[in-house]
Each structure stands twice: as structure tokens, then as C-alpha cells.
Write a protein that binds this ligand. Structure first.
Ligand code: ATP
Length: 302
């Protein structure tokens, strides 16, 4: 697999606090990589490091195969766009003035792609309105438009959904998916698990500065095994029949929980034959949230 970013045992310490602790991660090219962690887990520190805003104390990372200590990293970094904490926009300028300023900073013609980018980001009707009067969602989109000025292959978004209303969230989600479909690899940090689960193709779970698990959406789906909840007249008998068919199961009050999301028609048949009719049947999905809480030990501050 081709990776846009690989990181090996990277550590970062703030005085006596170990913010990143031998963190290893791999972001495949073309992915939407969801970096999930609770407040203080180290997400922003990690992102600031990747964006070149601070140096690691130990370990290394490679962007597009180039090690962070290699002088060629500057050229690779130019193909990376990042919005860390708040979008870097000029509040006393309009959307188009912001994009023009960004072009000039990059040594490009002032109006290069400005109209196209404003349209693409849904900001083409904002005219002379100053960015300070934009909604949070519009500012977020302007930040992304500005980050796109360098035609990045890799876009890094730190908590992009924070504070957005449902419309702003939906618009941003659509934008992220469309940028990804055009080939851009995107790293998104968030504690909004539900939001990430609608987007991410890969996940990294960070806790106490360490990446505790990294997996693809398909792998996560398999891990977030579903199951069935059966309401039966005789739970004990139901468990005996299910175990004979090698199902992992347990009693939950008057119901029986059957592990696994597959076809259970054979079990239903055997239950009927055994004189244990099923009164109700519900399919259950384990959410990303419960998976995450299990992973970090049940603390609910994601
Ligand atoms: P959040 O979701 O709250 O933004 P985070 O996962 O992004 O959290 P970081 O901002 O990376 O976490 O912070 C990780 C830890 O490092 C926190 O405990 C934070 O207090 C600490 N920290 C961050 N920056 C500094 C700094 N400049 N000096 C000292 N400690 C810091």
C-alpha cells in the first residue's frame, strides 16, 4: 500500500508532560483518515507536528516518502494544506480578497483559480462581505478554499466540525467527500465519532499520546460486530440451543443476546423445533462510539 504519511515512534514532550508517546501511524494515499481521541489525547500536537509547526523530540515521520529531517521536506510540505485549530483567514478581507492574498503569498498570479474556488466552496455569492461577518461554516469553508491554493495532495483538518450547525456540517461533509473523490488524501481529527463514521475510510484511535489502534473502515465494521436480541419464553433453553449451533450468546434480563450479525434462520428453526418460540427479534449494531469506549476503557470523554 502507498502511504502519504508514515510515522514511527514519534514523541513530543511539553516540559514534564508527554503529549505524544512513541506514536506510530500510517495514512494510506487516497484515504479519509479519521483521527479519534478525547480532549487532551494529543490530536492537535500530532497535527501541528505533521504540518511542520513543531518538531518531534524523538522518532520520525515521512511525508510522501520524504523523512521530516530531509531538506526536500519543504517541497513536499507545499503539497500539504492544513487547518489547525482555527482557519487562517484575514477577517477584515472578503472571501475573494483572502484567496487573492493567499495566491500572492504562494507567488501565484493574484486571481489564479479564485472564482473557481469560491464557486466550488459555495462562497461565490459573498461579494464584498468581510470574513468577520461570515458564519462559522463559511469561515471553515474559506479556510479550506485558502488551503487549496497550493493544490495540496494531502489536506489536514483539525476538528473541522466544531461549532457547525447541521447545515454547515452537511455542507462540509459533502465538500470533504468531493475533495477525496478527486484524489485528495484527508486527515481529520475529531471527537465527533458519529460524524467521522460517515466519512472515514480509515481510523486511528489516539489516547495518552499513543495510537492504540489503526484500522480500515471495513475492518472496523467487522470489529463492530452486530448481533441479535431475541425475546423468548425460555431464555435458558434458547441459550442451550444457540450454543449447540456454536453461537456465542448471553442472557440480558428476559432476552438473549446472540453475537454476530449473520443469518440466524437456522437458529430460529431449531428454537421452534425445541419448543422455544421467539416473540420478538431485533438486530443490533455496535456503534463506533461503543467500540471506541471499549477500546479506551470505557471513559466517556471522547
Ligand atoms: P483537544 O481535543 O482538547 O484539542 P487534543 O487531543 O488536540 O485535545 P493536544 O492539544 O494535542 O490534545 O494536547 C495534548 C496535551 O498536551 C494536553 O494535555 C495539553 O494540555 C498539553 N499541551 C498542549 N500544548 C501544550 C503546550 N504548549 N505546553 C504544555 N502543554 C501542552
Amino acid at each position: 500500500m502507498d502511504f502519504i504519511l508514515t510515522m514511527h515512534e514519534l514523541s513530543k514532550r511539553y516540559r514534564h508532560f508527554q503529549a505524544l508517546d512513541k506514536l506510530t501511524m500510517h495514512i494510506p494515499k487516497g484515504s479519509i483518515y479519521g483521527l479519534i481521541g478525547r480532549n487532551g489525547a494529543g490530536k492537535t500536537t500530532l497535527i501541528r507536528t505533521i504540518a511542520g509547526l513543531q518538531r518531534p523530540d524523538e522518532g520520525f515521520y515521512c511525508l510522501n516518502g520524504v523523512k521530516h529531517t530531509d531538506p526536500r521536506i519543504a517541497a513536499v510540505r507545499r503539497k500539504t494544506g492544513a487547518i489547525v485549530e482555527t482557519p487562517a483567514i484575514y477577517l477584515d478581507m472578503s472571501a475573494s480578497e483572502n484567496l487573492q492574498a493567499q495566491n500572492l503569498l504562494l507567488g501565484k498570479p493574484k486571481n489564479d483559480q479564485v472564482e473557481r474556488r469560491l464557486k466550488r466552496l459555495g462562497l461565490d455569492q459573498t461579494g464584498t462581505k468581510k470574513a468577520r461577518n461570515f458564519s462559522l461554516g463559511m469561515r471553515q469553508r474559506l479556510g479550506i478554499a485558502s488551503a487549496l491554493a497550493s493544490d495540496p495532495e494531502f489536506l489536514i483538518l483539525d476538528e473541522p466540525f466544531n461549532g457547525l450547525d447541521p447545515q454547515g456540517t452537511a455542507d462540509l461533509r459533502q465538500l470533504i467527500v468531493s475533495l477525496n473523490q478527486q484524489g485528495m488524501t484527508i486527515l481529520i481529527s475529531s471527537h465527533l465519532l458519529d460524524e467521522l463514521s460517515r466519512l472515514a475510510t480509515h481510523y486511528g484511535f489516539i489516547d495518552h499520546g499513543t495510537l492504540i489502534q489503526e484500522l480500515s473502515a471495513e475492518e472496523l465494521q467487522k470489529q463492530c460486530r452486530g448481533g441479535w436480541r431475541l425475546t423468548v419464553t425460555n431464555p435458558q433453553l434458547c441459550i442451550q440451543v444457540a450454543q449447540r449451533l456454536h453461537y456465542a450468546c448471553e442472557q440480558a434480563e428476559n432476552d438473549v443476546l446472540i453475537d454476530g450479525g449473520g443469518n440466524i434462520s437456522e437458529l430460529l428453526l431449531k428454537l421452534a423445533e425445541a419448543g422455544c418460540p421467539v416473540q420478538a427479534l431485533h438486530q443490533q449494531d455496535e456503534s463506533l462510539e461503543s467500540y471506541y469506549l471499549d477500546l479506551i476503557g470505557g471513559d466517556k470523554h471522547a
